[in-house]
Ligand binder design. Structure first.
Ligand SMILES: [Fe+2]
Ligand SMILES: [Fe+2]
Length: 280
């Protein structure tokens, strides 16, 4: 029997019918495949639950890291859940479905090229990537508003009970760093986060003003500090593989249907992270 593969996908955005169809068609290649889902599953709770529930029925293990979209609270959201309470509710839904979250012990992948610790992270962003367009976060935000490139989070991602999204990010960084540092350093990791851990991939953004909503400079060396064999992320909707300091970085978004129509490959298939040789 095959050892199975560690597969990853991100930015399912199942509010779009074509993306729901893509999720319906997503199948493991073997009964032991794991699937990592790096956030932006859906804007609403019902579709979030449907998508992860559908995938959980098919993959032997599903691991989720939250994106900004499942944390948005639209004005007509019947739950009204905001910020940390919304995140905790999503974690509760995942537990009911048997999906692993950043609040669970990091699972051990024992297939080929393992064992590795798979670590889903929830870190958010703190606007420090905005240094690409201005000297201060305030000036970077002003420039984004002037350019008309403003992330929806500014209006709908509420940081309650934290005073700001940057403060929420700081709290998440402290807690996550403590947990990663407590892991056995001899075991390699696969770090999973919705946002890129380094600023490098954001340099390819069409609108540089958007980078401030894409991560934090505080994780720039985490792939080295925490022994990553791969870093898996999404959010940019720019699927590709890159190497930084000898570590593989995989952006695994499927993104919006209109974005796929512009790409050479329209595939929504999850990317194989391990074993490293594709199809091995
Ligand atoms: Fe997204
Ligand atoms: Fe996102």
């Amino acid at each position: 029997m095959s050892d199975g593969a560690l597969l990853a996908v991100s930015d399912l955005h199942v509010d779009h019918a074509e993306n729901r169809e893509a999720v319906r068609e997503m199948r493991p290649r073997s009964a032991r495949d794991w699937l990592v889902v790096c956030g932006d599953v859906a804007d609403g709770l019902a579709r979030f639950e449907w998508a992860l529930g559908t995938l959980r029925e098919r993959f032997s293990t599903v691991v989720w890291a939250p994106g900004n979209h499942e944390l948005l609270t639209y004005r007509d959201d019947p739950s009204g859940l905001r910020g940390e309470a919304r995140y905790r509710h999503l974690v509760g839904l995942c537990r009911e479905l048997g999906v692993l979250t950043p609040e669970d012990p990091f699972p051990l992948w024992q297939g080929a090229d393992g064992p590795v610790r798979v670590a889903p992270l929830f870190l958010l962003y703190d606007y420090s990537f905005g240094r690409n367009v201005a000297a201060t976060p305030e000036a970077a935000l002003r420039r984004a508003f002037d350019a008309g490139v403003v992330c929806v989070d500014e209006f709908l991602l509420h940081p309650d009970p934290y005073p700001s999204r940057a403060a929420w990010c700081a709290a998440r960084l402290t807690e996550t760093e403590r947990r990663l540092a407590a892991e056995n350093p001899s075991l390699p990791t696969v770090l999973v986060n919705h946002f890129p851990l380094t600023v490098h991939p954001t340099r390819a953004l069409r609108h540089p003003e958007f980078a401030q909503w894409c991560g934090t400079v505080h994780t720039a060396d985490w792939h080295r500090r925490f022994g990553a064999v791969a870093v898996v992320y999404g959010h940019l909707h720019m699927p590709h593989t890159s190497w930084q300091g000898g570590v593989r970085f995989e952006e695994v978004s499927i993104g919006y249907p209109r974005e796929r129509r512009r790409r050479r490959s329209r595939s929504c298939e999850p990317r194989q992270i391990l074993p490293e040789a594709y199809g091995a």
